[in-house]
Design a protein around this ligand. Structure first.
Ligand SMILES: C=C(O[C@@H]1C=C(C(=O)O)C=C[C@H]1O)C(=O)O
Length: 102
């Protein structure tokens, strides 16, 4: 699923090299986002109402987790947080739609 890097960022000698690595990573990220989405939709089965789908305390817990993980890995926690907030909003909407069809 996750093929190894051909070049480190510092070893890239052109924009094409950089973009090839970004495309490689996007393939792996999308697989993980799809898998994450399956679990988010499964969460709908355990919520008593459509109003309970959005869980703000859990959202803040996830954000704290991913910010910490980004910091520990040495990269851009603010970018990771913004991306996750957007993702979670969309996942929550999908979960609401799933809940309505249970
Ligand atoms: C998956 C859940 O439902 C929603 C989606 C979340 C997410 O994508 O991480 C977090 C909280 C909820 O808004 C959950 O409650 O855990």
């Amino acid at each position: 699923m996750n093929s190894p890097a051909t070049r480190t960022p510092a070893a890239c000698e052109s924009l094409d090299h950089v973009r090839a690595e970004i495309d490689r990573l996007d393939r792996a990220i999308v697989q993980l986002l799809v898998e994450r989405g399956h679990y988010v939709l499964a969460a709908a089965r355990f919520k008593p109402s459509v109003e309970a789908v959005h869980a703000p305390a859990r959202v803040e817990q996830v954000i704290a987790n991913v910010r910490r993980q980004a910091e520990e890995a040495g990269g851009l926690p603010d970018v990771v947080e913004r991306g996750y907030r957007t993702l979670i909003e969309a996942y929550t909407e999908a979960e609401r739609e799933r809940h309505a069809r249970l």
